[in-house]
Ligand binder design. Structure first.
Ligand code: FE2
Length: 205
């Protein structure tokens, strides 16, 4: 690796537990659902792993600001859900989705995977390597997410937002929610070597 992303790209996808362990509290508010939207992939790409920065067969990584997305999936009793399945899908750095409905599909970044899957570890932790999603008309930046407990159970579909984005104030979908619910969909973002980290915990009903 010879660019500024080197450190982030090398970092293991799961972290030391101390970084993510939070006290279990059964009364935690459930993560609000949001619409799936029109861009869930029509066909799951051949490379659908948790590293969206690297596409199998593509010589270069994704364009954009690298983002390490991590969190904990909890069940109704507050305990981490081992083996929960998580999917994300999002726009590339230019705001283009991996979907034939996107009018700019021919301009999308072939080095960005656009969709990925992860399985939570034994403590319910998940991690993806992706980018900060680009803007597209009518929305504030967001990452679509779906989570389901291991072995089935009700899936949660929602969207992850970023703090401090000016368009958060005018996004119809985000503004349609009460402030307390809205706050639950905004990730905690920090700078890390080579990019950013976003933490987003999920509480499934
Ligand atoms: Fe979207």
């Amino acid at each position: 690796m010879k660019n500024t992303r080197a450190a982030l790209l090398r970092r293991p996808l799961l972290f030391a537990p101390a970084l993510l362990v939070l006290p279990a509290h059964a009364q935690a508010p459930r993560t609000p659902a949001q619409m799936e939207g029109p861009y869930y992939p029509q066909a799951i790409p051949a490379d659908a792993d948790a590293d969206l920065l690297q596409v199998a067969g593509q010589p270069r990584p994704a364009r954009g600001i690298p983002l390490l997305l991590t969190g904990l999936v909890r069940g109704p009793d507050g305990a981490g859900l081992a083996g929960a399945r998580i999917e994300i899908w999002q726009a590339d750095a230019q705001g283009i989705y991996l979907h034939p409905r996107d009018a700019r599909l021919d301009q999308r970044d072939a080095g960005f995977q656009g969709y990925g899957r992860a399985v939570a570890d034994g403590a319910g932790r998940y991690a993806f390597r992706t980018i900060r999603p680009g803007l597209y008309p009518g929305r504030t930046p967001h990452i679509h997410l779906r989570a389901q407990p291991a072995g089935g159970g009700a899936a949660l579909t929602t969207q992850i937002y970023f703090p401090g984005e000016p368009r958060n104030e005018t996004d119809g979908l985000l503004r349609s929610m009460p402030p307390a619910a809205r706050a639950l969909l905004i990730a905690r973002v920090s700078a890390v070597d080579g990019g950013q980290r976003a933490e987003f915990d999920l509480f499934l009903a």
